[in-house]
Design a binder for this molecule. Structure first.
Ligand code: GLA
Length: 767
């Protein structure tokens, strides 16, 4: 049993953590502890002491207790107007027209599993236990149910709040968060994932000083700020120290506030962003807030990440692909944009298949008058000029090549220049009295309208059932504008979830990849439907180290779409080695996003061989225990993924220092006693990259632009030195001294010739 309640003490245990709170003399829920696992026993040492109060304190009930001031009590929930001046999880206008409210314990119950939510997606509840604590406002029959679902094995506790109005008059919800928790100050820093288009999920870590840090978005989960957040105790590292993680199973406008109050208490509260939010809750109605996911680890950021990864893989991601290795896909977007015909697609697919791809994805441009991004969005009738045999014809031919067939949609948006918009201008989100503001030349469809939702479901399912489509990329390429209010945006999100449920729940075999101009909608709400999400339109692997590395704080590798594209990269003009592009994408839901015929023949051979090898490490990379390894060098990024039998280590050097003699590769998590073989995956060296430096190897001097060299570069490659050792786990964990890198003093076939942006990939297997 992971939940126990006795004499007003509520105790929630996971494998490695304990969460404790207690009903106090005023029936408020006083928070005692969330963190490392505690044995049972007296909790007095955990209680906030408050014999004395500040001179300026507002006392809750002076007669009953002249030392009880809500401002100084760690609480599980707080209200407004009773002396707690911290950020409140709720702002409710009650039937007396006042925002003053005071929620006290009314009752509680415990249920097996996790009760399903009525309006929102939530974690699966497998092997969970749920505590539902009901609070009641002291003056009105307004109830708040606080849900705590305990996921013992995953070290996760989810929380959410449901407001029930048992009064006859309405309650106006201005703000209602999913949870609130008050922790003691441990000199935390706060890490969030922030960024923008093609630069998603950069980790921003800043110290928590007195005041509040607000992580929020005002247009769905958004590139700008991901809903996830970590609270890192002073001194914690990747592998040591206390780290708390918070996330939301919600893709709408979100807000998480971390506040260090002047008296030294830290409040974290998260949920729907109160931005422009006003929701009238009529008598007899209830309002559900999104489920929040909380975890704690005493093993640093990696510990927190591993808790989240296991939880997301088991309790959030669902469908037939939940635990399956993701197919190696080839997507035609960067290869074709809107310019293709059936034959060119088939050629792409055929070459992709030769390289080892398992799924062909037809991206934007297959329907209506969609030849640029200014027209046709909304009209999902196949463009017969481009695809004379329709989607079923193309799909059958792709299947005939031995590949699955996947298709792109952007169902939530519409171009003005489309038959759909011409027929239903009233379906678009716009204000009657204002000129609409477009994003990527398109308007959003109003998913709060039933007829729009019905149309989308019918339209998309009709196409899905008309051709052998086993993968869908569901895109969404704009932010919202011209909306009514925050409550409308929440209703939109509910409508969106309804549409996804109706389309994909009956079709669990379809692999769904979410996308929103890259990773603008990377959140747990979407992962309840999409098994993977396109992490970014930026396919430059050096940028991807930040993007995928940042996402890995909270999301497992199996959920991050990652592709090998052509270099120089469209997004940065950076020229990166093919092997690095492969190795970074290997830590993702892997794919190619290029025309194989744009590759040199020797590059095609290399990719074919790498994809063959990838199949033997894919399970480990996508589903293994993932860690970021601190190297102490800002120019070396190292990740590893581990299953019982195999460890895969990626090491990328973004900038090469001159003349270093000591390059140490540390591996984690091996059994010190066991013997392992470490093999480096052979990485190719293309002769063209070396120009006149070839004089170090060749007896003759070749001009870098000579015909001979250009021809050699097309067909021939050399191999970088590949390290190989057989050693104990203890030895490998204490560091492998790698062979030296080229420094211009000569050539040896036992040196590395990687240069800037070079990657090394090692596979360690137990003997
Ligand atoms: C967005 C996506 C891309 C691609 C294009 C198609 O930008 O992020 O991957 O699908 O749309 O228009």
């Amino acid at each position: 049993m992971s939940i126990r309640v006795s004499e007003g003490l509520f105790r929630l245990d996971t494998a490695d953590t304990t969460y404790l709170f207690q009903k106090n003399a005023f029936a408020h829920l006083e928070h005692l502890h969330y963190g490392r696992k505690l044995p049972e026993g007296d909790v007095e040492s955990l209680r906030q002491k408050h014999e004395l109060t500040q001179g300026s304190a507002v006392l809750y009930d002076e007669k009953a207790d002249p030392s009880y001031c809500l401002e100084e009590i760690p609480l599980e929930w707080s209200g407004v107007g009773k002396g707690d001046f911290r950020v409140s999880p709720a702002e409710l206008k009650l039937p007396d027209g006042s925002f003053t409210c005071d929620f006290v314990l009314d009752s509680y119950r415990i249920e097996a599993g996790a009760p399903k939510m009525q309006t929102l997606p939530s974690a699966a509840g497998e092997n969970a236990e749920t505590l539902i604590v009901t609070l009641k406002d002291k003056a009105f029959s307004v109830y708040l149910d606080l849900y705590y679902s305990v996921y013992e094995a995953e070290n996760v506790i989810t929380r959410r709040a449901v407001l029930r109005n048992a009064e006859e008059q309405p309650v106006l919800i201005k703000k209602l968060m999913s949870y609130s928790i008050d922790l003691p100050d441990r000199k935390y820093s706060v890490a969030t994932l922030s960024g923008g288009w093609i630069s998603e999920a950069n980790v921003i870590e800043r110290p928590l000083l007195t005041g509040a840090i607000v992580n929020e978005s005002t247009s769905f989960s958004q590139h700008r700020n991901n809903p996830a957040l970590a609270l890192i105790e002073h001194g914690a590292t990747d592998d040591t120290g206390s780290v708390y993680g918070f996330n939301l199973v919600y893709g709408g406008n979100h807000q998480t506030t971390v506040e260090l109050s002047p008296v030294g208490l830290v409040r974290v509260t998260g949920g729907i962003n109160p931005y422009c939010f006003l929701w009238e809750l009529k008598g007899g109605e209830t309002f559900e807030t999104p489920e929040a996911v909380l975890t704690y680890s005493a093993h640093g950021k990696n510990g927190m990440s591993q808790n989240f990864h296991a939880f997301v893989q088991k309790q959030i991601v669902r469908g037939d692909w939940q635990t399956k290795e993701r197919p190696i896909l080839i997507n035609n977007w960067e290869a074709n944009f809107f310019q293709f015909r059936q034959n060119s697609l088939l050629r792409l697919a055929k070459h992709g298949k030769r390289l080892g791809c398992e799924l062909f994805v037809l991206d934007d441009g297959w329907f209506g008058a969609r030849n640029t991004d200014t027209a046709g969005l909304g009209d999902y009738t196949v463009n017969r000029k481009k695809l004379p045999n329709g989607l079923d014809g193309l799909g059958a031919r792709i299947n005939g090549l031995g590949m699955r067939f996947g298709l792109w949609f952007e169902p939530e948006n519409v171009n003005d220049d489309s038959d759909l918009y011409r027929a239903h201008p009233d379906w678009a989100i716009q204000r009657p009295n204002r000129t609409p503001s477009l994003g990527r030349h398109q308007k959003m469809l109003d998913l709060t309208k039933r007829e729009v939702r019905d149309y989308l479901v019918e339209n998309v399912t009709h196409i899905l059932d008309s051709a052998p489509i086993s993968y869908v990329k569901w895109d969404m390429n704009r932010k919202v504008s011209d909306f009514l209010d925050g409550a409308f945006l929440h209703r939109y999100e509910l409508g969106y979830y309804e549409v996804l449920t109706r389309i994909f729940e009956p079709r669990p075999k379809i692999l769904l990849e979410g996308c929103a101009s890259g990773g603008s909608r990377f959140d747990l709400g979407h992962l309840c439907f999409a098994q993977q999400i396109w992490a970014s339109d930026d396919t430059d692997p050096i940028e991807r180290l930040k993007i995928q590395g940042g996402l890995s704080l909270f999301y497992p590798v199996s959920t991050m779409g990652a592709h090998v594209s052509m270099a120089p990269h469209q997004q940065t003009l950076r020229d990166t080695p093919l092997f690095t592009r492969f190795a970074v994408a290997a830590f993702g839901a892997f794919g190619l996003e290029l025309d194989p015929l744009d590759l040199k023949p020797v590059e095609r051979k290399v990719i074919k061989s790498l994809l063959e090898q990838y199949r033997s490490i894919r399970q480990t990379c996508q589903f293994g225990r993932f860690s970021r390894i601190e190297t102490g060098d800002p120019h070396i990024v190292q990740w590893q993924a581990q299953t019982e039998k195999q460890t895969v280590v990626l090491r990328v050097r973004t900038l090469v220092p001159a003349a270093r003699a000591n390059d140490l590769l540390e591996i984690r998590g091996l059994d010190p006693e066991k013997t392992y073989t470490l093999r480096q995956v052979q990485s190719p060296l293309f002769v063209g990259a070396f120009g006149t430096l070839l004089k170090h190897i060749l007896p003759v001097k070749l001009r870098s632009y000579s015909h001979l060299l250009l021809t050699a570069d097309k067909y021939a490659k050399m191999d970088d030195y590949a390290e190989e050792y057989r050693a104990s786990g203890a030895q490998l964990m204490s560091g492998v001294r790698l062979h030296r890198s080229f420094i211009g003093t000569g050539y040896s076939d036992k040196m590395h010739m990687q240069g800037d942006f070079g990657a090394m990939l090692f596979v360690v297997t137990e003997d």
